[in-house]
Design a binder for this molecule. Structure first.
Ligand SMILES: C[S@@+](CC[C@H](N)C(=O)[O-])C[C@H]1O[C@@H](n2cnc3c(N)ncnc32)[C@H](O)[C@@H]1O
Length: 247
């Protein structure tokens, strides 16, 4: 089945959409374009996105506790003659399943399961360990606070490069390097930025300056500008509010 035929059918006629949740069409197209049958992919949650992975024939792991969502998706794929043989369904909550899965060399991870605190962070923690350097991380529903915080955290982490925001709904990052999970809190700019201690704030500035010089040295001017704009935005939104609160 052709992707345009599939997306047009799903997005233009609600009656033809058997999936209770929606995925931004731009995001659906992005996933389609970014993968092929050599890709190793993982998603938390299931639905329309799972059909896209099936259409591309990726070696896919789908983690969801929702048996009905999987049954619906399988019925749809059968009706449309889309093979699901390369999908490994893990019918469990991602919080329970991910720590036990052997996740390695993933090319793309889609976090779109339970959006309540702290699940997106757990999903990110485990799934991103299995993501290869250069791999794609997608966080869906960044209109929900948990997704937004994860986005803001990663925007300030040197190991992650922001690729694209899809309206205020989803965000796409590239993993530049591993090792992030070994960091202490004072090595995480977003944690420092959002922390109240004056003592914590000072070294944060030095670290930011050090990071900025590193990016300059490596010629990553665009990333530097993105990070500066993001910091200004974070200070603008959260700085005064934080000071008022703790006076
Ligand atoms: C926003 S929907 C996913 C939409 C899907 N990506 C699509 O394109 O249609 C969220 C999904 O996460 C599933 N879910 C709920 N709790 C979960 C958990 N703890 N772990 C993994 N998935 C969960 C829900 O059953 C639901 O299918």
């Amino acid at each position: 089945m052709d992707i345009n035929e599939f997306l047009t059918e799903i997005y233009t006629d609600a009656q033809h959409n058997p999936f209770p949740f929606s995925l931004e069409r731009t995001l659906a197209q992005y996933i389609y374009d970014a993968t092929d049958e050599t890709s190793k992919t993982l998603e938390t949650g299931a639905g329309l996105s799972t059909v896209i992975f099936a259409l591309k024939g990726t070696q896919h792991t789908c983690v969801t506790p929702d048996k009905n969502a999987v049954v619906n998706m399988l019925a749809y794929c059968k009706q449309k003659n889309i093979s699901v043989e390369r999908i490994d369904f893990q019918i469990q909550r991602s919080e329970d399943a991910l720590p036990h899965l052997q996740l390695k060399d993933l090319d793309l991870v889609l976090i779109d399961g339970r959006h309540a605190f702290p699940t997106p962070f757990i999903d990110w923690y485990y799934a991103s360990s299995g993501l290869k350097n250069g791999g794609i991380l997608i966080i869906d529903d960044t209109n929900v606070w948990t997704g937004k915080i994860l986005e803001e955290f990663l925007c300030l982490e040197a190991e992650w490069q922001l690729v694209k925001r899809i309206r205020e709904r989803a965000v796409i990052f590239i993993k530049k390097a591993g090792g992030g999970h070994a960091k202490e809190f004072h090595q995480q700019p977003f944690v420092m930025l959002k922390s109240v201690s004056q003592d914590a704030g000072i070294p944060c500035c030095w670290r930011a300056a050090h990071q900025a010089l590193g990016l300059l040295y490596n010629g990553k001017i665009l990333t530097l500008i993105q990070k500066i704009i993001y910091r200004i935005r974070l200070y603008y939104y959260y700085g005064p509010q934080r000071q008022k609160k703790h006076k």
